[in-house]
Ligand binder design. Structure first.
Ligand code: WQD
Length: 338
């Protein structure tokens, strides 16, 4: 029988790509999203990509009536929980909002799942739970720490799952620690679309490429790295989406896990800029700026566990990450101008 999966935050950047991957893998998928950081037309776009109607609930995880509607109208076999606030800088200004949405939202979801007899959940965690890691590439067993309220909520989310799982063996959790997701869907119909000036590197470079921003500020060129700029493990969002499909299959066989999801390959800020220049065929201006507070020189995943436990290996390289991002942003610009 076909399984039904609930995606909280399923209209967002990673959620929408995972929606498509799950449909392609033969699941029925239900979305719950409050659209606080997603475009209203994402369900229509998902319908275009998958060729089937999208079932979605517009509402908040912290609204018990909405959660009730989802779980009474559908027999949910497992949940992939994306819905969360994710801007590190903003979290230092409004920590209570982050704790409420990311932690209380998770607790409300787990309680409603338990009431419905659904005990399988994939949790969107982050490399941010490693704080300033002492080892590179980072193994999953490295001690966790937090350096921001955002990181605190992700670490606390993991700990909540540990406590809940220890108290009741019916639960199985898949904890996916994302490194730096970038790129867009091959259809050109969904991708990352941050409001205002982007905080993250690739969407910022994309706006320099479209001419919306004048130049990239490279935060720090005096790190102890080959070109002095920060190194990160960028992963194509379609690879990341596939990791969720594999995580769910493991959970449906009661195989809980905690894994890094990255490529195992690090690129610098300047590598990213050059690769994007190739993808868009333009020279992109940059200026060197001071280090951004809280940044670390290198964040690189050890990827053996994801391969062993989930059979996951990233397939897309840097060129595909930049090309898909450029295809998406240029299409969006053209349709806005039309
Ligand atoms: C990457 C590199 C910057 C912008 C963040 C969160 C993390 C996760 C992913 C989850 C760094 C440099 C950036 C710019 C720059 N979030 N940079 N100029 O900081 O590795 O991770 O996003 O939801 O928790 O912390 O990603 O893309 O912001 O930065 O030079 O305008 O690019 O210094 O070296 P980061 P990022």
């Amino acid at each position: 029988m076909r399984k039904t999966i609930l995606l909280t935050g399923g209209a967002g950047y990673i959620g929408s790509h995972t929606y498509v991957a799950l449909c392609e893998a033969g699941y029925d998928v239900v979305i719950l999203d409050n659209f606080s950081n997603a475009r209203d037309d994402v369900p229509d776009r998902l319908e275009l990509i998958t060729g089937r109607p999208v079932t979605f609930f517009k509402g908040d995880l912290l609204d018990p009536a909405v959660l009730d509607a989802v779980f009474t109208e559908h027999r949910i076999d497992a949940v992939v929980h994306f819905a969360a606030k994710k801007a590190v800088g903003e979290s230092t200004q409004i920590p209570l909002d982050y704790i409420e949405v990311n932690c209380s939202g998770l607790v409300a979801l787990l309680k409603r799942m338990r009431a419905a007899g659904c005990f399988r959940l994939v949790f969107s965690s982050s490399a941010t739970v490693y704080g300033e890691p002492r080892i590179t590439p980072i193994p999953e067993e490295l001690e966790r720490e937090y350096k921001s309220p955002y990181a605190y909520t992700k670490l606390m989310g993991e700990q909540i799952l540990e406590q809940v799982g220890a108290a009741d063996p019916r639960w199985s959790f898949g904890v996916l620690r994302y490194f730096n997701p970038v790129g867009a869907h091959s259809s050109g119909l969904i991708g990352e679309d941050p409001n205002g000036i982007p905080n993250n590197l690739m969407p910022y470079i994309a706006k320099v490429a479209t001419g919306e921003l004048p130049a990239l500020n490279v935060f720090g060129n005096d790190y102890d790295t080959p070109d002095g700029t920060g190194l990160r493990d960028y992963i194509h969002v379609e690879d990341l989406a596939r990791a969720h499909v594999l995580s769910l299959s493991a959970l449906l066989e009661e195989r809980g896990h905690v894994v890094n999801v990255g490529t195992g390959q690090a690129y610098s800020v300047l590598d990213m800029l050059r690769a994007y220049e190739k993808a868009c065929g333009k020279t992109l201006p940059h200026v060197f700026a001071p280090r951004r507070p809280g940044d670390v020189p290198i964040l690189l995943a050890r990827v053996d566990r994801a391969a062993e436990v989930l059979g996951f290996r990233a397939e897309h390289g840097l060129e595909a990450m930049c090309a898909s991002s450029w295809a998406w942003v240029s299409r969006m610009r053209n349709s806005a101008a039309a």
